[in-house]
Every structure is written in structure tokens, then in C-alpha cells.
Ligand binder design. Structure first.
Ligand code: ADP
Ligand code: MG
Length: 736
């Protein structure tokens, strides 16, 4: 009797089991059953032989039309030529030395190989072939499953192996512990796991495949959502410390000091946060709001409330530049309130300290001491703050700013920071599609700032296709000169710093941006990048501009390799309008706030991700003046890349862009290794298409976890959730 955990050795024998394990990471019966066909071949329809290109690796379903074997003239041995066709086209197969000389005209088979060219004709050289014999019931099927295969494990070896497992239907039902409880299946009209697997691996119609897919996606969604629901529940059961609002303290002083009145959205979200901070149960909230919607003030008010209640608040930024800017602007808003303990400080206030990796040892030591003894109520730093064992006297609130993906592990690390878990507020400017909010951020509640403060100029964007329209680039620099002449400033953004780097492998290699905030566009990997020129670099572009179109302007550079003080000084000079044009890496992507900057030219714009571009241009939409963002790219406007850029230029609707972003990335990238599991739990589920299913699974998961004995009442589901958690832990350890 085999079980899901049975080693494939026992079912398939040592030889097959070994290659499956080595090449496809399939080790157990469960692994194999969850190794789904990539697609299905159909008789007569699938093989578009004529459309194949040389170099394609494909499996075609076709009929043998002719077979001829002859002696080779220059070499010893025989050559067998086989012509196969599928009604729509035909192709030559070539074998040496009587391999497959026995093929008979009229037989149908699956042929897998790489398409090559011989005397102008397309051919397969000694492909793998699998002839469908009369008694091979696979052949009776309308749909032949094609599996992700490897060098030594062909699609049909997998098919045969799966068949072994699925053939005995009655023992199959017994073998498969169905992780989805019967009532849930009934409510959503889902087949049993056994039925779904039979339909998926050996379908008789596409309707069966669809039925199976729905059910198998539910497996993925439900396990994921149960994991998150269990996490939410665990967090809810672990008490934090309430930080209720106190009148006459720092928060009131902040409100009095603000040079503007809050937008309605800021006020509403502020109330929401104030209420949650006042509770013992730790807040776990995601605040999303467009670039410039004023999230910082919302965070500052929450931090002030916590300080008033005797706790400390930490504000984490993805880059040192941004951390320094936050520290500066908080200190400016708070004025004397940020200098408690100093001569001119307000004793009702607190201290704001900055803690970053590049600070001088003495400065750092002093800052750490102030954090440890509690005299610093507000601590600003980069994410490194969490890893470096900085001790807090009483950490009450952690605000994470502008991080595209602040994963579950980081949040867990955070909760371990205080004696009791702190309240957590994660802020993001990239609107998050609901599906992603329900998965990546599935253990957080969400608030949204929809409104921008009044009086913003907004930003318009255009693509500058330098291949198609070289003259437009001159026009772009002319626009920069015009803006500067009108008293404004400009950014020029490049994907790379230049000089000392590895010569550029095509990736937007840079230690400036937030870690994996945003994958490079996927085309990058497929092309390997080797035949592309390296991305444009800050140092080169700045040089070219100084000696070329912007020679009359004050051009300076900013990038992550500069020492921290220099970066700071450069930013300050730009903010003070002592610099006209700042040529920078994505170091300016997040949160840098210079309202007088109105133009941004992004070089090699195609090397940036969608949400990265959106973030970037947010830098020139901050002030009263209308902003302009020019996306310079060599991509032709008809290519997929060109169209992606056009779409970015064409809308500022964050939700549309978030969707576009999702389209260009793979599920695993979005979910992160942790949530998709090492042996990816998410194979069929699509964050783009399965919103309803994910929402339903979330509701069922919440109910399952919270009712009665929780997951303990559903051992199969609990086992699947535990297996995912194991994977996560393994991942975490690997990364550590
Ligand atoms: P983001 O949400 O992108 O982090 P910020 O918090 O940096 O936005 O705010 C952008 C700018 O808007 C800042 O200069 C900030 O001082 C200003 N701001 C914030 N709230 C308001 C408001 N209610 N009215 C006017 N200006 C505001
Ligand atoms: Mg911000």
C-alpha cells in the first residue's frame, strides 16, 4: 500500500526514481502527483509544425508518413529518415544505425527534440519518440498530457509513472487524504482530490481539465490562506502593549506644528491607527497611498502617540538616503520637540536619532545608547536596524516605509524585537492588487489613502524611443534646459553607477534600490543579456551631459557608492537648489522629496520594472508645478517592452500599473520564496486571474482556523499547512 509520502523508489524502482529526484526534484508519490502536465497534445490540432522555429525544443504529436533506411556513404552505419505529419505540416526525423528503423507508416507517436535545419528543411535529429500502440490506451485519449520533462526523464516516462499511481482508482481514493474538507468542497462545487488528479493527468476533455484546475488551485489557495490565517490568529493571541492617546503631549504638538491641514483621508486613517494602537492586540497594518499622498505625516502622528504613551517608535527606510531624509524632515517638523534634553529643547518632546550602517563608530555608539536607554523616542534607520541587534528600551511601534515587499519573515523578526510584540505599520506607494494584498500581505489589515493633498501639479510622461526617433533625445535635453531656465530642477536616472562595476550583465545592478523591491523585466533573463550592451551608467551619462547638451548647467551625481556624508551633502545641495541636474541611480526612487524638481529623464527605462518607474516619476509630481517624466529607451515602440513603457506613460492609475506589473512578473517572484515554498506550492494559481477564488479561500481559511479546534479538526489540511511551513523554514535557514 503506497501513501502520499511513499518514496518513488518503491513505486518506480531505483533507476527511474533516482533521475526523477535528481533532475525534477520529484521524490515522493505526492511530488509526482502534483507534477502537473504543462499542456495537452491533441491529435491533428496541436502540432503546428510549420510554425516551429529552428532551435525550438518541442514535443509534437504526429503520424509516420514514410520510413527509409540506407547505408551512409561517408561513414559506417545506416541512416533512417522518417517523415511525420499531422495533417497541417510535415517534418523529417533522422536516426542513425537502425534506431527506430522499425517504425511503421500510419503509426501515431509523440516526437520530442530540437528543431534543426538540414539543406533548408526543418528536421529533428534523433528525437525521442514514443509510438502509440493499439493497446496503448493513452492513444485512445483525445488529450495527451505533456509534462515538464528533463534530459533523462521524458514526458512519457512521467506519464507512464503517473498512470501506475492513478490506475487503481479505488486504492487511489484511500491513498489520497483530501486536504479540502468535504463541506468546503460541497460549498464550492469542487471534485475530490482523487477525481481532480485523474482529470488533470488523464483527461478525456478540456472540461475535465478545467474542473480539475479549479479544484487544484483551491488546494494551493486554501493552504496558503490557512497559513496566513493561523499566523493572524497566533499574532492576535500574543498580547502587545496598548499605547493610548494622551492629550497635551507630542502628538498635539505635532498637530499644532504642521504647516498644512490634514486631508480627509489622512484624518480617517489617523483615527483608525489611533484606535488600534490603543489596544493590547498588536496592530498589523498596511498603509497604501500614491506617491505624495502624505503617508509620512500619518506615520509621524502614530509614532507621536506611542511616544506619548511611553514607548519608542522606529521608522525603517529602504535606503540610507531616505532614512537620512526622514530623520531630517521629522526633526524639522518637531523643532524643539525633537531636542528634549538639549539646552534649547522642549522637555515635553523626545529625541530623534538616525542609525545607519555607514555612520562613524562614535556617532553610532551614541545613537545606540540613546535607543537603549529610551531617551530617543523616535529612531530612524534602514532595515539593517533589525538585523544588527540594536537594543530598544521599549519598542512600541515599527513603521516600515516604502518597501515593496516586506515579507513575513521580516515581520516575524520584528515581532521578536520587543519584550512584547510591537505594533507594526507597513507603508507602500505601489498600489497592491487585492490578490497580492491577500497573499503576500495576507496577515495584515489594509488602509488606503486615495486622495492627494490639494494643489499638486501632477506628472505627465512620454516615451522617448531613441532608435525610432533619435532627435527626440535632443528635445528631451532642451526641455531640461528650459525647466532649469524657469528656475526648476531635474533628475536624470540611470540603471547603473559605472566604472568599477562588473561591466554590467544587463541587470539593473545597483545596491541603491530597496532589495528586490521590483524584479527587472522578465525579458531580461530570457535574452541572457549577453548580446546587449551594458546599461547606461551614472558616471558616463553625467560626463556626457556636462561636456554636451547640459554643459551650461550645474550637473552632479548621486549613487550608492558615495560615502554617506557625501550623499547627504549632495542631496542637501540639490534640495537647496545649488544643483540643477542630479544624475542618479534608483537611489532617488523612494521618497526623496524636492518639490522644485519638475523633470525626470529615465535612461534605459526598459531596464526598470513598472512600479519602479512609477515610483521614480513620483519624484517630480511633488510640487505646485506640473512634472514631466521622459522614459528614454532603445526598445522599438512595437515591441513588448516598448508597449509596456507606453502603458506606464499612458496612465498614472496605480491600480492599472500594479496589474501591469503583475503581468510582467511570475507568481513566485511576487509571492517570494517563502510563500510559494521551495518546491513551489503555487503552480496553478494566478494572482492575476484568480481573485475570486483567493477571496473565497481566504474566507474559508479564516473560518476553519477560528472554529472549534481549528486546523486540528482537519488533519490532512493541517499536514499540508505544516509542510508549507517546513518549506518556509528551510528557505529561511538557507537564506540566513
Ligand atoms: P508619500 O506618501 O509619498 O510618502 P510624503 O509623506 O512624502 O508622501 O508627502 C509628500 C509631500 O506632501 C510632503 O512634502 C508633505 O509635507 C506634503 N504633505 C503631506 N500631507 C499634506 C497635506 N495634508 N497638505 C499639504 N501637503 C501635505
Ligand atoms: Mg514617503
Amino acid at each position: 500500500m503506497v501513501a502520499m509520502d511513499t518514496d518513488l523508489v518503491r513505486v518506480l524502482g531505483p533507476k527511474t526514481a533516482k533521475v526523477m529526484a535528481d533532475q525534477l526534484q520529484l521524490r515522493t508519490v505526492r511530488d509526482l502527483l502534483r507534477h502537473y502536465p504543462r499542456r495537452y497534445a491533441r491529435r491533428g490540432e496541436m502540432a503546428r509544425l510549420d510554425d516551429l522555429e529552428v532551435g525550438d525544443r518541442v514535443t509534437v504529436l504526429a503520424q509516420v508518413k514514410s520510413v527509409s533506411t540506407r547505408r551512409m556513404q561517408q561513414r559506417r552505419g545506416t541512416l533512417t529518415e522518417v517523415t511525420v505529419g499531422d495533417g497541417a505540416g510535415s517534418m523529417r526525423l533522422v536516426f542513425f544505425n537502425n534506431r527506430h528503423a522499425h517504425l511503421d507508416v500510419g503509426e501515431w507517436g509523440l516526437f520530442a527534440g530540437t528543431v534543426g535545419l538540414w539543406r533548408g528543411d526543418k528536421q529533428f535529429s534523433h528525437p525521442d519518440c514514443h509510438i502509440m500502440t493499439g493497446d496503448d490506451d493513452d492513444w485512445a485519449r483525445a488529450l495527451v498530457p505533456i509534462y515538464p520533462a528533463s534530459k533523462d526523464v521524458s514526458s512519457w516516462v512521467i506519464q507512464k509513472s503517473v498512470k501506475l499511481l492513478l490506475d487503481d482508482r479505488s486504492s487511489l481514493e484511500a491513498l489520497l487524504d483530501d486536504p479540502i474538507p468535504q463541506p468546503v468542497r460541497d460549498r464550492h462545487g469542487l471534485p475530490s482530490l482523487a477525481t481532480a488528479l485523474v482529470y488533470k493527468h488523464r483527461p478525456e476533455s478540456t472540461a475535465q481539465v478545467e474542473f480539475a484546475d479549479e479544484r487544484l488551485k483551491w488546494d494551493e489557495a486554501l493552504v496558503l490562506q490557512c497559513t496566513l490565517a493561523a499566523r493572524r490568529r497566533a499574532a492576535a493571541l500574543e498580547p502587545g502593549i496598548e499605547r493610548p492617546r494622551r492629550r497635551g503631549g507630542l502628538l498635539d504638538a505635532v498637530d499644532a506644528a504642521l504647516p498644512f491641514s490634514l486631508t480627509e483621508g489622512q484624518r480617517e486613517v489617523g483615527e483608525e491607527l489611533a484606535g488600534e494602537l490603543a489596544r493590547v492586540q498588536p496592530m498589523n497594518r498596511l498603509l497604501q497611498g500614491e506617491v505624495g499622498s502624505g503617508k509620512t505625516v500619518v506615520a509621524l502622528r502614530a509614532m507621536a502617540q506611542v511616544v506619548d504613551a511611553g514607548g519608542q517608535a522606529a521608522l525603517l527606510a529602504p535606503t540610507e538616503v531616505l532614512a537620512a531624509q526622514h530623520a531630517r524632515s521629522l526633526t524639522a517638523i518637531l523643532g524643539p520637540l525633537a531636542r528634549a534634553g538639549e539646552l534649547d529643547g522642549d522637555p515635553a518632546g523626545t529625541r530623534v536619532v538616525l542609525l545607519t550602517g555607514s555612520q562613524k563608530a562614535a556617532v553610532r555608539r551614541e545613537a545606540r545608547a540613546a535607543v537603549a536607554d529610551g531617551s530617543a523616542g523616535i529612531v530612524v534607520g534602514t532595515h539593517a536596524l533589525l538585523q544588527e541587534g540594536v537594543e530598544f528600551a521599549d519598542l512600541g511601534l515599527v513603521v516600515v516605509d516604502e518597501q515593496h515587499r516586506f515579507g513575513v519573515e521580516q515581520r516575524d523578526a520584528l515581532r521578536a524585537k520587543g519584550t512584547r510584540p510591537p505594533h507594526v505599520l507597513v507603508m507602500t506607494a505601489t498600489p497592491i492588487p487585492r490578490t497580492v494584498a491577500m497573499t503576500v500581505y495576507g496577515d495584515l489589515e489594509t488602509s488606503t489613502l486615495r486622495q492627494l493633498p490639494a494643489g499638486r501639479g501632477g506628472v505627465s510622461s512620454s516615451v522617448v524611443p531613441v532608435r525610432d526617433k533619435p532627435a527626440w533625445l535632443d528635445r528631451a535635453w532642451a526641455r531640461v534646459r528650459e525647466e532649469v531656465a524657469a528656475g526648476r530642477q531635474a533628475y536624470v536616472v540611470c540603471p547603473r553607477i559605472g566604472d568599477l562595476e562588473d561591466g554590467g550583465n544587463g541587470k539593473a545592478a545597483d545596491d541603491d534600490g530597496p532589495d528586490d523591491a521590483d524584479g527587472a523585466p522578465p525579458e531580461e533573463e530570457e535574452k541572457g543579456g549577453s548580446d546587449r550592451r551594458p546599461p547606461l551608467a551614472v558616471l558616463d551619462v553625467a560626463e556626457g551631459l556636462r561636456s554636451g547638451p547640459l554643459s551650461a548647467l550645474r550637473v552632479e551625481v548621486l549613487h550608492g557608492r558615495m560615502p554617506a556624508e557625501e550623499k547627504e551633502a549632495r542631496m542637501r545641495a540639490f534640495a537647496a537648489a545649488e544643483v540643477d541636474v542630479l544624475v542618479a541611480t534608483t537611489v532617488v526612487e523612494v521618497g526623496v522629496d524636492v518639490p522644485n524638481a519638475t523633470v525626470m529623464v529615465v535612461m534605459d527605462a526598459d531596464r526598470f520594472g513598472v512600479s519602479q518607474l512609477h515610483q521614480l516619476r513620483g519624484r517630480v509630481a511633488r510640487g505646485r508645478h506640473a512634472g514631466l517624466c521622459l522614459l528614454v529607451s532603445e526598445a522599438s515602440s512595437s515591441s513588448a517592452t516598448g508597449q509596456r513603457l507606453a502603458a506606464v506613460a499612458g496612465t498614472t492609475d496605480g491600480f492599472e500599473l500594479a496589474r501591469l506589473d503583475l503581468e510582467t512578473r511570475r507568481e513566485g517572484d511576487v509571492l517570494g520564496a517563502a510563500q510559494s515554498g521551495r518546491r513551489s506550492n503555487v503552480k496553478l494559481l494566478s494572482l492575476l486571474d484568480d481573485e475570486t477564488l483567493i477571496a473565497e479561500a481566504r474566507a474559508e481559511a479564516t473560518a476553519l482556523v477560528e472554529q472549534g479546534g481549528g486546523l486540528a479538526d482537519h488533519p490532512e489540511l493541517a499536514a499540508a499547512v505544516a509542510a508549507l511551513a517546513m518549506d518556509e523554514r528551510a528557505d529561511y535557514l538557507e537564506k540566513a
